[in-house]
Design a protein around this ligand. Structure first.
Ligand SMILES: C[S@@+](CC[C@H](N)C(=O)[O-])C[C@H]1O[C@@H](n2cnc3c(N)ncnc32)[C@H](O)[C@@H]1O
Length: 287
């Protein structure tokens, strides 16, 4: 029986339990450990990547929505984030990093790489999902920080010299993106660097070509892309999550907002820099 037919026949509660069981089975620690070892043995990594990955924790939470069962992809996304961070640090001429914020940390897809890459640093894991924060604290020794839906109310009792913000702007409407940029300006130490990612031209083309709908209703996509093309920004809520959705952000639009949010000076940009997918920006807070 195909899966769509099964969906029609099974009650929602049973489907939910089966989904959880499937996620739990695919995230078994022995399985994710084997996936990491296979990637290490694949010959596809540079010596530096190999060395870093060999020191990365392979336990993945079954609740991690970023893990779809493909360990090679999951770990490569973490490695790609480290490349972005290193390139932006270079561009900003920052050589010492002591205090890092990962917002949103999720279940530590990137944070697990930050730990061995910056072994001396204090690393704060910040999320809306308390369970994800707890996982990062227990598995990777991160400092916990619980976020707020209202980013203009979010305040942490530290100044960071590095903030990694992977795939949050990609889900925010325009006012909340501005709130997030203002949060960066508030929480960065003078001279500190924030690296954030967005959906740009690549995603606009992909979503329009019907290669991938990013969880949005198909019929809504032309208007989203038209707004992006016309105004440099487009946003739509997910159908079942008012206030949370998918954004498309042109580089010029984000630069203007970053300037308006505070003294955030662009030092780095790379289209599709993260995982060959999301655009990557580095902004430094003026000293
Ligand atoms: C696409 S995931 C990316 C997670 C992580 N950066 C990664 O790459 O695995 C987006 C995450 O943003 C979190 N999120 C959404 N709104 C947030 C907020 N206001 N504060 C903190 N986290 C938020 C969601 O809970 C979700 O885990």
């Amino acid at each position: 029986m195909d899966s769509s037919r099964m969906k029609e026949l099974l009650p929602r509660s049973v489907r939910r339990r089966l989904g959880a069981l499937r996620r739990w089975l695919r995230a078994r620690p022995q399985r994710t450990q084997r996936q990491k070892e296979q990637l290490l043995a694949s010959g596809a990594l540079s010596p530096a990547e190999h060395e870093l990955l060999s020191r990365v924790e392979s336990v993945i939470s079954y609740a991690d929505g970023m893990y779809k069962g493909d360990g090679a992809h999951y770990f490569n996304v973490g490695l790609s984030a480290i490349h972005c961070i290193e390139a932006a640090l270079n561009a900003a001429q920052i050589t010492t990093v002591n205090n890092i914020l990962d917002l949103p940390c999720g279940y530590g897809r990137v944070l697990r790489f930050l730990v061995p890459r910056f072994p001396q640093a204090r690393i704060t894991a910040c999320e809306l999902l308390p369970d994800a924060v707890r996982f990062c604290v227990e598995q990777f020794g991160a400092v916990p920080a619980y976020s707020s839906y209202k980013l203009n109310k979010l305040s942490l009792d530290a100044q960071f010299d590095l903030i990694w913000c992977g795939s949050l702007i990609t889900h925010l409407d325009a006012p909340r993106t501005l709130d997030l940029l203002e949060f960066f300006a508030r929480q960065l130490a003078p001279g500190g660097l924030v690296i954030c990612t967005t959906h740009g031209d690549f995603v606009a083309e992909r979503i329009l070509d019907a290669a991938e709908f990013y969880g949005l209703p198909h019929a809504s996509i032309p208007a989203l892309v038209a707004s992006y093309r016309q105004h440099g920004y487009g946003y739509l809520d997910y159908p079942e999550a008012p206030g949370y959705g998918v954004s498309l952000t042109a580089p010029a639009w984000l630069r203007t907002q970053a300037r308006a949010a505070g003294d955030l000076r662009e030092v780095y940009f790379r289209a599709r820099g993260w995982d060959d997918h999301q655009d990557v920006f580095g902004f430094v807070k003026e000293a």
